[in-house]
Design a protein around this ligand. Sequence first.
Ligand code: MG
Length: 453
Amino acid sequence: MHDKKRMFGTNGVRGVVGDMITPTLVLKIGAALGSMRKGTIAVGRDTRTSGEALVHALKAGLLMTGCDVVDMGILPTPALQYIIKIDDRFAGGAMITASHNPPEYNGVKVIEADGTEMADDEIIKLENRFFADEFDAVAWDSVGREAAAPERIEEYIQAIVRHFPAGIGNGMTVVVDPGSGPAALTTPLILERMGCRVHTINARIDGTFPGRMPEPTPEGLQPLSEMVIATGAAFGVAHDGDADRAVFVDNRGRYIEENYEFGLIEDYVCRRNPGGLIVTPVATSRLIQDIADKHGCTIDYTPVGSIYVARRMIDLISQGETVSFGGEGNGGLIYSDHQFCRDGGMTAAMMVAVLADQGEKDLAVLIDDLPVYHLIKEKYPAPDPAVLVRTVEEAFGGEIVEKIDGIKIIRADAWALVRASGTEPMVRIMIESRDPGIADALYQEIVQVIGPG
Ligand code: MG
């Protein structure tokens, strides 16, 4: 028995199809999941070309262990999570997706009956079954049955639309770039039903991703920016390959760095729920802290990974705390009154509410009103990353440090985070300050301690 994850990363299993990711591997994941969560399992997939083959393998594994399967077809990951959450019939779920990775990738995300991603301790049990070929295959008369329910995506769309006052987007023009992914089936409809006039780009489902790669980048979103300007839209929104994240361009066509998106929506949420807790990983910008302070909200920091944010939100609420909001500085935001996972469709809808609330101020003005932070992000090769993190800890131990994930050095005018990569022999270094000179000086201090990379 192993007590560490061997195959799953922070967001499921991912790899290149035909290399790491094969139907055999996915079938075994299905069989392991079916052995652990007896009952009805909901499955879905993003738009990748390998998705159909892999979802059949997944279903075969589940059915042979006696689970019934309901196939939701192509849909965003948060849509599948929402459907599982609201329907007590489901014992769990699995999504065939590689999120933001290039087209040749695919993978599996495993979902619990409450709609959250499976936590590490249960993933380890699943992996142990996988590697030991320990599956509860059933006899011929107990094999599961399959049903299809692609129409249930509508329940997700309605849940988001219902979250806001009717017609909140009236008179607002927006542009949606689903990047040929499953949000093509949801976000344009959500925004339209909120009253917006919606234009789309890359809105035809296509696993070859002809318009842009599944990771939304400033370069990839150039056509979106141009369309926002051409149509006089209030904003443009784009999703990653499974639409749990949303990123924006403002009305001047400028890409909004995701920490600012977080800050803007946080400001909106905190104004309505002052004094609550905001949960985010230690790597998020201090901007999030500034905005929390403004509303008397408190930040609760977690290790890097959306699953840790979601779990922490659930734990705090179960302890009687008020948790207003959570998320990561990459456009993955979690709304505690909706569901405990990142939700790109909800984030797109939230931006409509933010702007409707501001009246006169347009998105570019709102962004320019936020304090500017400078971020240095470096990867630093290290044969033994843990040793390097300890070296930094010893050198900076006299200062205020946080050891939630790696080592975070906290100063009045800057912070630095040094953490071991989970997947490669390297450490990741992040430094942030309002003053680029101060950020660079702190980076040099750290390099002095760890030696040249
Ligand atoms: Mg994603």
